[in-house]
Design a protein around this ligand. Structure first.
Ligand code: GUN
Ligand code: ZN
Length: 452
């Protein structure tokens, strides 16, 4: 049955980094978005669309203080790290040993994995994230747990079993052969089932032997329509360590490139210290970077230079990642806030228009999914977030002085958080409403109180 929502809409028809905001950003102050069977059927000014909708179509109006956008896309995140988000003190390699590896061992227990998957996806939806590319753990049952819950919610989600066969506790290790076999079985079970997609997931070069990277390349060649996700050049000590582990390679990225892992649908987390020749490889191979600013600041990793990555002569696809639990927030607005600061440290002021592009269509493009998600247009999948542009007393106050839409948008990304998310739609269904319970994803008790 056709359903429709009404309010101000922001979306993109192209890439503002390539063609400028004027030609790619669409702001419609009073629009209707209609959806049927999971797909957007109509989008345009309310005055026009009203008259073409079938008589009796129910229109839910969010009012002029709302902003309807395509759902946010989180290109890099670890669901098993939800229980240890905000763990004190260490930088990347020590943090992995102290906090990450211990918690990931608990995911051999399917029931525990399912309980975390529920919290993780609920929090994602509460923050307007409707699609993500997700690391699970080495245990196949942790992948089943996440996909089962994502399937119940109808989300377009990519995920995969982490492969790691060295330099981690024994309980977390697979082998080159078992990592390949188990990943292959999971691909057969989940890839292309409903909206779900598989991501082949070698954790990073530090925890995979040459034999495992070789087997991973074989798997990618056998399944070129799957994603490949890993980490690269996140932290200076990590980069130096990978240099010691693989002295025969030209650099960190060359380890992956050598084993055929640089390719379309390959998403590399972080990439802060990628060199100019490495950026050229990223560009030439159609690989993408997931920019994870809250994580990069939390672990003291560094400030990713976005402007350098998207340089016009060799543009690299970039999406945003929350990268929990090194990331400190599920909020895409908080992530944009930190992305702005990372830009400032590189003498680049990320505009709000460009920032929301990265959070939506840009992320979808990094994942080669921009023909299905990330923007609002007839034929696109109906994943939407409805923001409340006056979600806190301070934002409400500050908004009185906003003279332009872009200024209002910037205020949201600097001051907003989960309270700004009023509703989330997945496949045309309301899966989260801040102020009321929904059958699919009831909000936690504190949510409605926080938004008052
Ligand atoms: N590098 C290898 N594993 C991880 C991880 O779990 N998180 C982050 N931030 N970096 C990594
Ligand atoms: Zn990560």
């Amino acid at each position: 049955m056709l359903a429709a929502i009404r309010g101000p809409v922001l979306t993109y028809t192209g890439d503002p980094f390539e063609d400028g905001l004027e030609r790619t950003m669409v702001y419609e102050p009073d629009a209707i978005v209609a959806m049927d069977e999971g797909v957007i059927t109509h989008f345009g000014p309310a005055a026009q669309i009203k008259d073409v909708l079938p008589a009796g179509t129910e229109i839910r109006s969010y009012g002029s203080d709302a902003l309807i956008s395509a759902g946010f896309v989180d290109c890099h995140v670890h669901f098993p790290q939800t229980p240890m988000i905000a763990s004190y003190g260490d930088q990347l390699l020590e943090w992995l040993n102290a906090y990450t590896f211990p918690v990931e061992q608990k995911f051999s227990d399917k029931a525990f994995a399912s309980s975390v998957a529920k919290v993780f996806l609920r929090e994602s939806l509460r923050n307007g994230i409707t699609s993500a590319c997700v690391f699970c753990t080495v245990y196949p049952q942790s992948v089943d747990a996440l996909f089962e819950e994502a399937e119940r919610l109808g989300m377009r989600l990519a995920a995969g079993k982490v492969m790691m066969d060295c330099n981690a506790p024994g309980a977390l290790l697979d082998t080159a052969q078992s990592g390949y076999d188990e990943s292959k079985r999971l691909i057969g079970k989940w890839h292309g089932r409903g909206r779900l997609l598989y991501a082949i997931t070698p954790r990073f070069a530090g925890t995979s032997s040459r034999a495992q990277l070789e087997a991973t390349g074989t798997l990618c060649n056998e399944h070129p329509d799957c994603f490949m996700q890993t980490h690269v050049s996140e932290n200076k000590s990590e980069v130096a360590w990978i240099g010691e582990l693989f002295p025969e390679r030209k650099g960190y990225l060359d380890v992956y490139d050598h084993y055929s892992l640089c390719r379309p649908r390959a998403i590399f987390g972080h990439g802060i210290y990628l060199t100019e020749p490495e950026m050229q490889v990223m560009h030439r191979t159609g690989s993408a970077i997931a920019h994870c600013p809250t994580s990069n600041f939390f672990l003291g990793s560094g400030a990713f230079d976005l402007a350098r990555a998207v340089r016009a002569d060799r543009r690299v696809r970039v999406g945003l990642g929350t990268d929990l639990g090194a990331g400190t927030s599920f909020s895409m607005l908080a992530t944009l806030n930190e992305a702005y600061k990372a830009g400032q440290l590189n003498n680049y002021a990320l505009s709000a228009g460009h920032a929301y592009y990265l959070a939506t269509r840009g992320g979808a493009r990094a994942m080669y999914l921009d023909d299905r998600i990330g923007s609002i247009a007839p034929g696109m999948e109906a994943d939407l977030v409805v923001l409340d542009m006056k979600s806190t007393p301070l934002i409400d106050y500050r908004m009185q002085f906003a003279k332009t839409f872009e200024e209002a948008l910037f205020i949201q990304m600097m001051l907003g958080d989960d309270r700004a998310v009023q509703a989330t739609y997945v496949g045309g269904k309301l899966v989260y409403a801040r102020d009321t319970a929904t059958p699919l994803a009831p909000p936690p008790l504190s949510a409605s109180a926080a938004s008052a």
